[in-house]
Design a protein around this ligand. Structure first.
Ligand code: ADP
Ligand code: IPE
Length: 246
């Protein structure tokens, strides 16, 4: 079984509140509609989550009391993005079932029985970066953290991250034109420090989570989700441009 994360940087325009990238979503939906096995799909929040979370100061976890309107706004926004994604996937015949993250993560952690039952019935569960409420406290949970929890339980054969750059570089390729691209890299050698412009630590946050999920999977790969053929190859375990993390 594979786990795929579609980054908010691919499906939304991260600089503009609630702006979707319909073309990227449609292209990815085509690839997934043709993929024959159930998988766990997790998508990011992009501009449906980060912008307001930062504006409202929700990137720091805290007590729900006094922040109810802000929290419900963000939870509803990411749910709207999830509907857009699941509609696009359904249009391509993908047998996905959305499991809103805030409804799966209770006081005792995620209810993985529901995820397992969906997989057993050949559905692909769809979760996403969200805000969860546990014992009167809220916190943002990134798609990357959800994948770590899923990996521990389901020991996926492969975990693929689709993002808006070709893979991992020695520094942010959008800021440094001389950044060196890694086709293959050891997590222990990685020391990525980006400016963490979003509410979940951007690429630095992702790499920290990847290091923790490596013991539970055979392969972690980062590919550019703007190129659907690369995603297709990664899903089929064929060689393509991207970074394999060991
Ligand atoms: P996503 O929304 O796809 O989960 P993020 O926006 O959190 O991903 O992270 C992807 C971004 O990280 C890229 O757009 C890139 O500009 C930035 N980045 C920073 N440092 C690096 C690096 N060393 N290698 C690759 N990308 C990096
Ligand atoms: C962030 O989820 C969730 C919220 C801000 C509510 P992610 O961290 O998985 O989102 P992307 O992929 O970076 O957009």
């Amino acid at each position: 079984m594979k786990i795929l994360k579609i980054g908010g940087s691919v499906i939304t325009n991260k600089d503009k509140y609630r702006s979707v990238n319909r073309e990227a979503i449609a292209n990815i939906a085509k690839v997934l509609g043709e993929f024959p096995e159930p998988l766990i799909l997790v998508h990011g929040a992009g501009s449906f989550g980060h912008n307001k979370s930062l504006e409202f100061g929700l990137d720091t976890p805290g007590k729900v009391r006094g922040k109810e309107i802000e929290i419900s706004t963000v939870i509803n926004d990411v749910l709207s993005l999830n509907s857009i994604i699941s509609d696009a996937l359904a249009a391509e015949g993908f047998r996905g079932i959305s499991l809103p993250t805030h409804a799966i993560y209770g006081n005792n952690g995620p209810n993985l029985d529901i995820v397992e039952e969906m997989l057993r019935n050949t559905f692909s569960p769809i979760l996403y970066g969200d805000i969860i409420i546990q014992k009167g406290n809220y916190r943002i949970i990134s798609g990357d953290e959800i994948i770590l929890d899923m990996s521990r339980k389901f020991k996926p054969d492969e975990i693929i991250f689709a993002t808006d750059v070709d893979g991992l570089y020695s520094s942010d390729p959008k800021e440094y034109s001389n950044a060196k691209f890694f086709r293959d890299v050891r997590a222990s050698e990685l020391n990525i420090k980006d400016k963490g412009k979003d509410a979940t630590g951007s690429m630095t946050g992702k790499v920290e989570k990847i290091k923790l999920m490596l013991p539970f999977t055979r392969k972690v790969m980062i590919v550019n989700g703007m190129f659907p053929e690369r995603l297709k190859k990664a899903l089929n375990d064929e060689d393509t441009i991207g970074t394999v993390v060991h």
